[in-house]
Each structure stands twice: as structure tokens, then as C-alpha cells.
Write a protein that binds this ligand. Structure first.
Ligand code: CA
Length: 243
């Protein structure tokens, strides 16, 4: 795929993003969010579907796929496409980050990530690759690259993993931070205990769902705002900071 044709499409239409993600709830929120941002989104839930896909300008690639090692998917995508690839992974180890960049990923996002942060990365990769040589000027929205999410008095910085409530720093454990960051991916939306366990703990968690409740309790206590994380009876939890 030639860079020139990509620039033409960018000017004439929308950038086409191939979202390779097997987790249905993450995929759905990415498709909805990226479509709202003006992207043309295609979805592949398996490695096989991703490798069969055509006509895309950029790839968001989840490394944890059911049918093939994500790194092999990456190598194969790279071998037949020049589209930039942003890796999405639940694995936060330095090893994976370094490996991802060594493989030649254009960027790397660790779950849970904020949607705004992801869009900022997509724009940055677009600027570096798809639009290189064009005279496109960044839009005002492109300044939101800090990765800090602010909701009422709550601010979450995923890059530095710092949390503030009304400008006061809150010390959270790693899991408490991950839980908060995950709930903040969809402010006001309900996450089930199972979704929380799968995304914050491990994709194959078989332990008691009471673990979630215990972490929610300690998180509420540390935030000092019990009502920000609401329990939805029989379902799960939602984050909704208010005055
Ligand atoms: Ca996955």
C-alpha cells in the first residue's frame, strides 16, 4: 500500500482502522468510540480474520488472541502490509514493551488504557506515518496527548499511574489503580464483576468475585468518596464521580 494513496484517502475520506480484539466488550467500545471520532472501523475477533482483512490504513492489534500468538500475527501483518500497527496488550511487563517495539510496532498501549489516550496515540502515529510529507496541520483536539483523564474532582494519569482527588494525591496499590482505570474507561457504564476480573486481574481468573468487592471497598475508602463507585445490584459496578 503506497503512502500517497493513503494521503489521498485521508483527504477524501476517513482513515480505516482495523481493530483486532477478541474481547467483545473492549472491541465494542473501541468500534463505537473510534467511529464517533470519524474513523472507518473494521473489526477482526481472531488472528485468522485479521490476516484475511484488506483495505485498512492502521491496525490496533490485541496481542492476546485465541487462535494465534499475537506476535506471530504482528509479523504476518507486517509482511504483507505497510499499515502502522499499534499493539494493545494486557501484559505490562517491560519485556513485552521492549519486544513490541523491537518487533517494529508503531506504538504500544497497555490495558487498561483510556480511550482519549488511545486516540491521542492513533493521531500521533497518523501524523508520523500516514501524513508524513503532507501539510496537514494538527487539529485543536490533538493537544490532548497528556493521557490524564479528569472527571469532576478525580484525575487519573495512566502514564505515571498517579491519582488525585481535588488535587490531593491518593496512594493506590497497583490493583486498585488498575481497577479505577478500568472503570474509568466507561464513566457511568456498568462493568460486571466478571468483566472486571477478566480485565483487571487475569483473562483466566477462576477465583472468587468477592475479590472485586474487597478492592472496590478499599478504593472507595482511599478516594474518600464512597458514592463515586456505585454498586449495581446483581450486576457489578459503575464509576461516576460527582460534586
Ligand atoms: Ca485478548
Amino acid at each position: 500500500m503506497g503512502r500517497d494513496s493513503v494521503i489521498d484517502r485521508r483527504q477524501n475520506g476517513r482513515v480505516r482502522i482495523l481493530v483486532v480484539e477478541d474481547d467483545r466488550s473492549i472491541a465494542e467500545s473501541l468500534i463505537e468510540g473510534l467511529t464517533a471520532e470519524g474513523y472507518n472501523v473494521k473489526h477482526a475477533a481472531t488472528a485468522a480474520a485479521a490476516l484475511a482483512a484488506t483495505d485498512f490504513d492502521m491496525v490496533l492489534l490485541d496481542l492476546g488472541l485465541p487462535d494465534m500468538d499475537g506476535r506471530d500475527v504482528f509479523r504476518q501483518l507486517r509482511s504483507h502490509s505497510s499499515a502502522p500497527i499499534i499493539m494493545l496488550t494486557a501484559r505490562a511487563e517491560e519485556f513485552d514493551r521492549v519486544l513490541g517495539l523491537e518487533l517494529g510496532a508503531d506504538d504500544y498501549v497497555t490495558k487498561p488504557f483510556s480511550f482519549r489516550e488511545l486516540v491521542a496515540r492513533i493521531r500521533a502515529v497518523s501524523r508520523r506515518t500516514l501524513e508524513s510529507g503532507s501539510d496537514a496541520t494538527p487539529s485543536a483536539a490533538d493537544t490532548s496527548t497528556t493521557g490524564v483523564q479528569s472527571i469532576m474532582g478525580l484525575s487519573i494519569d495512566r502514564r505515571t499511574r498517579r491519582v488525585h482527588v481535588d488535587d490531593e494525591a491518593v496512594q493506590l496499590t497497583a490493583k486498585e489503580f488498575d481497577l479505577l482505570a478500568y472503570l474509568a474507561l466507561d464513566v457511568g457504564g456498568v462493568r460486571t464483576r466478571t468483566e472486571i476480573l477478566e480485565n483487571v486481574w487475569d483473562a483466566h481468573w477462576y477465583g472468587p468475585t468477592k475479590t472485586v468487592d474487597a478492592h472496590v471497598a478499599s478504593l472507595r475508602k482511599k478516594l474518600g468518596r464512597h458514592d463515586w463507585i456505585e454498586a449495581v445490584r446483581g450486576v457489578g459496578f459503575r464509576l461516576e464521580p460527582r460534586e
